[in-house]
Design a protein around this ligand. Sequence first.
Ligand SMILES: O=P(O)(O)OC[C@H]1O[C@H](OP(=O)(O)OP(=O)(O)O)[C@H](O)[C@@H]1O
Ligand SMILES: Nc1ncnc2[nH]cnc12
Length: 183
Amino acid sequence: MTAEAQDVTGLLLSRIRDVPDYPKPGVLFKDITPLLADPEAFTGLTDALAALCSAHGATKIVGLEARGFILAAPVAVRAGLGFIPVRKAGKLPGATLRQAYELEYGTAEIEVHAEDLAAGDRVMVIDDVLATGGTAEASIELIRRAGAEVAGVAVLMELGFLPGRARLEPALRGAPLTALITV
Ligand SMILES: O=P(O)(O)OC[C@H]1O[C@H](OP(=O)(O)OP(=O)(O)O)[C@H](O)[C@@H]1O
Ligand SMILES: Nc1ncnc2[nH]cnc12
């Protein structure tokens, strides 16, 4: 890791707040709002994720609702790529593909507009947190079902005390999973 990358990593880490027992007892919630409020940290994060998208040859960016949108949209602009929203079920007006998944603290379904992804697209998935890996795994399923290729998954932080990486490994089929920090 370069000294510059190490600086950004330290800055990012210092701007994440731990909230115990939120939203349920036993969950250590990693709050990114202090990072978003710090322009130097948010810019450093955006630049680092955009560089990864270019390095992996992505042609489209998928952001995962809702916190993933906040990160992925500026990354798409910085990388000069289109932004595709993967939303919680029932929010997209057009014809969608839908996928169910399990969260650390519940279950959910996500959707993407079927027309937004197609064969030939190389898609980078961007999110804030990799916890159990359920959301990222479901998004990979959606991308493949749409006929597109997964260029990689990039998250701000991986929760190292949960088995998200191991769960995601088979679904990735060799595509890179990058976490800027592991907590
Ligand atoms: O690896 P996993 O166990 O799937 O968890 C990670 C996901 O959980 C959070 O989203 P959440 O669904 O809580 O929604 P939000 O972004 O709307 O707050 C987070 O932003 C990730 O998308
Ligand atoms: N512990 C956690 N903190 C923040 N976001 C999360 N998403 C899933 N688990 C989380």
